[in-house]
Design a protein around this ligand. Sequence first.
Ligand SMILES: Cc1cc2nc3c(=O)[nH]c(=O)nc-3n(C[C@H](O)[C@H](O)[C@H](O)COP(=O)(O)OP(=O)(O)OC[C@H]3O[C@@H](n4cnc5c(N)ncnc54)[C@H](O)[C@@H]3O)c2cc1C
Length: 308
Amino acid sequence: MTQTIVIAEMNSNAVHPSTAELVSAAITLGAEPTLVVPCTDAGQASGAANMGAANIIAAKSDAFAHYDASAWATALDAVVPQGTIVTGASPQSKDMAARLAARRGISVVQDAVAIDGDQITSPVYSGKAMQTVAIGGPAVVSVRSNVFSPAQGGASDVAVLDTTGDVATSVQEFMARASERLDVSEANIIISGGRGMGSPDNFSELEAIADTIGAAVGASRAAVDTWDAIPHSMQVGQTGKTVNPNLYIAVGISGAIQHLAGMRSSKYIVAINKDADAPIFQHADYGIVATWEDALPVLHSSLKGIMG
Ligand SMILES: Cc1cc2nc3c(=O)[nH]c(=O)nc-3n(C[C@H](O)[C@H](O)[C@H](O)COP(=O)(O)OP(=O)(O)OC[C@H]3O[C@@H](n4cnc5c(N)ncnc54)[C@H](O)[C@@H]3O)c2cc1C
């Protein structure tokens, strides 16, 4: 049986809770997984305890201070054991997955949403179809969040390996765009607005709800393209970000296939649209046929009541 290795999903040098889901996926692939934590300080790997892995390795390198595809793949390749590697499916992790696979000359399967033995299912053609492939040996598999239940228990002791190795270049400083808002790719709840919001100023209505329920605010491409005040970083969809939150609330969004490509695998989808025939309703678990002007105040006051 091939050994499985999970690369921890990192966020601001901390192990992201979705890592436990990756361990669960690795267990489904058939072996007791080793969890490798890319870190600058071995203490950062303590967050990987009791996430279901048989072993935890803190892979320590200054290169892990900021993401850089080349440096991360080089540093990880030096310490990750041979076998099937499981990563997250964030843009960064998919980038790294492809690099690792190329370095090792093994296959890569991106965006897995189901695993059955060696059979891996993932969406293709912007989510219009699903494909199932069989892996016949070591491979790198990126796994979408909110698909597997988090694994529990397992190792808490951490072995430390220095991976400074032959990393030739790495990013020394990263200047993030100033924003106090949660990014859509990190959020468990997203409320997105489309062209139906009428004006970028009206996104404040979405922000108010987002602040009440701890959500990120996203947007359709039409909103991003129409209004300079709505940055591309908020765009969800085929040419934006792929998200997989527990709850996705689409407001004034028609539900074009390119938008659906980025959010259709959300656990619950709520749509608010004044047009009862809008395609988004075919994919929504709950639909509200109303203008956002009518629906959002009611929704917001109910949510405030629930959140206390
Ligand atoms: C190659 C390619 C890539 C693309 N990539 C993306 C992508 O990544 N993400 C993306 O989103 N799109 C993408 N698109 C664009 C996509 O095809 C759609 O044009 C876009 O998603 C439409 O955005 P929208 O739903 O906000 O706007 P519209 O299609 O204009 O829909 C607005 C909706 O708002 C509703 N509405 C209007 N007023 C109100 C109101 N007061 N209250 C409630 N509802 C109201 C309307 O009934 C309508 O359904 C891509 C297109 C192409 C060709």
